[in-house]
Design a protein around this ligand. Structure first.
Ligand SMILES: [Zn+2]
Length: 284
C-alpha cells in the first residue's frame, strides 16, 4: 500500500486519514497499488489505523488471553507486536515453567478508536496483566487486573495478593531484548517500577539491559497510574513509512535481529534521548 503524503497538521492528517479509509474501502488493487504483504501501522498511536492486521491467538506458549479481553475481539496488532508478545510468552514459559502471561487489549480489527482506549489505534500497543503471588508466596494466574499499592500489595476487595517482581522482570527484560523494532514505552506505576528494577539489579541482570528497561519503564503523567497492568508500546516498523512514533528516545535505526548486552549498549549510544516522555504528554 502506498500512503498519502501528510504533513503535521492535525486537520490535514485527519483529511488524509479519511482519504485513506475511502481508498481502503475501494480496495488497493483498484487504485493500482498493492499491499506489501505485511501489516501496516498508519499514523500515531492515538489517531491512526491498522491495515491488514495480524491476530494474536487466544493462547500460545507462555501466554493467554483471559475471557474479558477475548470477548472484546481486541487481539489485532502489527506483525511486530504479535511477534513481540510471542517472544515474551516464550521467555515467561522458559523462566517460570507453568506460568502464563495474561494479555489484555491490543487493537480492534482495523485499528482506530475503540471503546476502551484513546491509544491502541495502530496495532502497536498492548496491555499486559501484572503477575501476583498469594499470601503463601505461590504464583497466581490472574484473569482480571488487580490494583497494587505502593507497598506491592493489592488494594481493594478480593483475596490479598502481592506484586510478583520476578515474573514481571522476566516480561520487561524480554520486551527490551525482543527482536524487531524494539519497545518504546512500558507504563507502570512508579513504586512497582522500583520493585521491578530492584529485583533486576539484585538478580544480577546486565547493567545495559536494566538501564534500558529503566528508561522504557515510566509512570505516565497524564493518565491512570497503571497500577494494575503494563501498557506496552513498540516502535513503528521501519517498513511502515506513515507510522508515527510518539517516543522520547529515537527508535533503533533498523529492527534488530539479536539482542545481546553489547548490542543494547551500542544501540543506546546511537539513540540519544529526544526529551523526557513525561514532558511530551501524548494521549494514552
Ligand atoms: Zn493500554
Amino acid at each position: 500500500m502506498r500512503w498519502p503524503v501528510v504533513n503535521n497538521s492535525v486537520v490535514d492528517r485527519r483529511a488524509a486519514l479519511a482519504g485513506t479509509l475511502i481508498a481502503l474501502l475501494a480496495g488497493c488493487a483498484e487504485l493500482g497499488v498493492v499491499g506489501d504483504g505485511t501489516t501496516v501501522s498508519w499514523g500515531p498511536p492515538n489517531e491512526g489505523v491498522l491495515v491488514d492486521g495480524a491476530r494474536l491467538p487466544l493462547a500460545g506458549d507462555g501466554f493467554f488471553v483471559p475471557p474479558r479481553w477475548a470477548a472484546r475481539g481486541t487481539q489485532w496488532g502489527s506483525d511486530e507486536l504479535i511477534d513481540t508478545i510471542a517472544f515474551v510468552g516464550r521467555a515467561v514459559s522458559a523462566a517460570h515453567p507453568g506460568s502464563r502471561l495474561a494479555v489484555g487489549d491490543l487493537s480492534i480489527a482495523g485499528g482506530g478508536k475503540s471503546k476502551h482506549h484513546r491509544s491502541h489505534q495502530t496495532g502497536r500497543d498492548v496491555d499486559l496483566v501484572l503477575f501476583a503471588r498469594n499470601a503463601a508466596g505461590k504464583p497466581v494466574e490472574l484473569t482480571e487486573m488487580r490494583r497494587f499499592g505502593a507497598d506491592g500489595k493489592t488494594v481493594g476487595g478480593g483475596e490479598p495478593l502481592w506484586f510478583d517482581a520476578a515474573r514481571t522482570w522476566t516480561v520487561v527484560r524480554a520486551l527490551v531484548e525482543a527482536p524487531g523494532p524494539g519497545v518504546a514505552n512500558i507504563f507502570l506505576y512508579a513504586p512497582l517500577r522500583d520493585l521491578v528494577l530492584d529485583h533486576a539489579r539484585a538478580s544480577g541482570a546486565p547493567d545495559a539491559i536494566v538501564d534500558l528497561a529503566g528508561q522504557a519503564l515510566a509512570q505516565p503523567s497524564d493518565s491512570a497510574p497503571h497500577d494494575d497492568h503494563l501498557h506496552v508500546r513498540i516502535y513503528c516498523s521501519p517498513s511502515d513509512a506513515s507510522c508515527t512514533d510518539y517516543a522520547w528516545r529515537k527508535p533503533p535505526k533498523k529492527g534488530r535481529t539479536i539482542a545481546a548486552e553489547e548490542d543494547i549498549a551500542g544501540e543506546m549510544a546511537e539513540r540519544p534521548r529526544i526529551g523526557s516522555m513525561l514532558h511530551f504528554r501524548p494521549k494514552w
